[in-house]
Design a protein around this ligand. Structure first.
Ligand SMILES: C=C(O[C@@H]1C=C(C(=O)O)C=C[C@H]1O)C(=O)O
Length: 391
């Protein structure tokens, strides 16, 4: 894999400064660094859209578009990002290939640094108590198999965050995840997710099941031991299998799927997951938007059965998800593109910041362990936030 510290091109570094000057911006890169898109300014924007409106709008765009489809119907106040947004930037560059759309902006110096202080940090200390009745339902009703429940942290700051600093820190700390960023006026959304929802490229689709997790070891041998434990653990295997089977079922109407091998291990610096890549060829006239709609929410973010899981998420989680755990990504004018799942993410709005991560709850779950897993998943965003704070 590529180490971004060595390869962040001067061009990327310079362009990141622009995020502090423009009212609208977007960034997308994948773990293998096949693509790194930077978008600046606004040619067109779409908000609170239906699938039909999105398809029509996208057909009119001549530049790549970036955005997110909200997790469910619940609204996040008057947010211009969290309730669903699509941006066609005035300028887009793929820094990997050098392909550009629109006119390249002039170089901007780094924006002046303003000190930022942490005024208040709110977590969810009652999370286990709130989730306990859900665990009892899973243990007593065989129909109910899995639900993914999230936790949010809220940080109140003395000044807004600087987008360029956040992205630089994320590229350095989490070089092997996806990076998704979207900005509109005083709101920004950032995710370092390892999880692909779907990539469509020249009639081929690729998706993946990422579910079932264990922490990283502090030594190589402990890490190996935990890896083996994850592979052998029946709770995690069951959780993973549910996701693989459901993804295959949802894609069958649209694609001829390749056979799926045994789960592999996907690692981030904090955590490791069972991971099954799934690929296929499109057999029907379809679009990236249709595939996103068919797949979302997979049981990696929702649960089984889907309707019960969705209702349980709404009843149990304290705040609407908005773009948290939702499909976020880009689409090219020719219809190809990639959407990932906006977990391990951060929403900044003025001086307020919300962080999100979740974990799959099954009958065999221990809530203290699930809460610890969520803490591990929140760590990358906590870390980059701490770096922005001058206390
Ligand atoms: C919801 C999250 O993670 C999901 C749940 C996982 C699990 O429970 O093992 C693993 C990856 C994700 O599909 C998150 O990281 O925020």
């Amino acid at each position: 894999m590529i180490d971004r510290d060595d390869t962040m091109q001067p061009q990327t570094n310079q362009l990141l400064n622009n995020f502090d000057y423009y009212q609208d911006g977007a960034f997308f890169s994948d773990p293998e660094h096949h693509i790194e898109l930077i978008g600046l300014g606004q040619a067109s924007r779409l908000q609170n859209f239906t699938l039909k409106e999105l398809v029509v709008w996208h057909q009119q765009q001549t530049h790549p578009v970036f955005g997110g489809v909200p997790f469910d119907q619940q609204l996040t106040g008057t947010s211009q990002l969290m309730n669903g947004t699509m941006l066609a930037p005035a300028y887009v560059i793929d820094t990997v290939t050098g392909t550009e759309w629109g006119h390249r902006p002039s170089h901007k110096p780094a924006a002046p640094v303003r000190p930022i202080h942490l005024l208040r940090r709110t977590t969810e200390p009652d999370w286990q108590n709130r989730v306990a009745p859900v665990l009892r339902t899973l243990q007593t009703d065989a129909q109910k198999q899995k639900v993914v429940l999230g936790m949010q942290e809220q940080w109140k700051l003395s000044a807004p965050l600087r987008a360029s600093d956040l992205i630089r820190a994320l590229l350095r700390d989490q070089p092997h995840t996806y990076h998704f960023f979207l900005k509109h006026h005083d709101e920004l959304f950032l995710s370092a997710t390892p999880e692909r929802l779907v990539r469509l490229h020249q009639g081929k689709l690729a998706t993946a099941a990422v579910a079932g997790s264990i922490r990283r070891g502090t030594t190589t041998s402990e890490d190996q031991r935990l890896k083996s434990a994850l592979r052998a653990d029946s709770k995690n295997q069951a959780e993973h299998h549910l996701v693989v089977t459901e993804i295959q079922r949802r894609l069958r109407p649209w694609a001829h799927l390749q056979s799926v091998a045994a789960p592999q291990i996907l690692t981030t610096p904090q955590i490791q997951h069972l991971y099954t890549p799934i690929t296929g060829s499109i057999t029907q006239q379809t679009s990236l938007w249709q595939l996103v709609t068919a797949l979302h929410p997979t049981p990696a973010l929702g649960g089984v059965p889907t309707a019960w899981a969705q209702a349980t998420i709404q009843a149990t989680e304290r705040w609407p998800r908005g773009l948290f755990a939702a499909p976020v990504g880009y689409a090219l004018p020719n219809g190809d593109g990639e959407f990932v799942i906006g977990i391990r993410s951060l929403w900044g709005h003025d001086q307020q910041v919300n962080l999100f991560a979740g974990a799959g709850i099954l009958a065999a779950s221990t809530l203290a362990a699930e809460a610890r897993e969520i803490q591990l998943k929140t760590q990358p965003m906590q870390q980059i936030l701490k770096e922005q704070i001058d206390d």
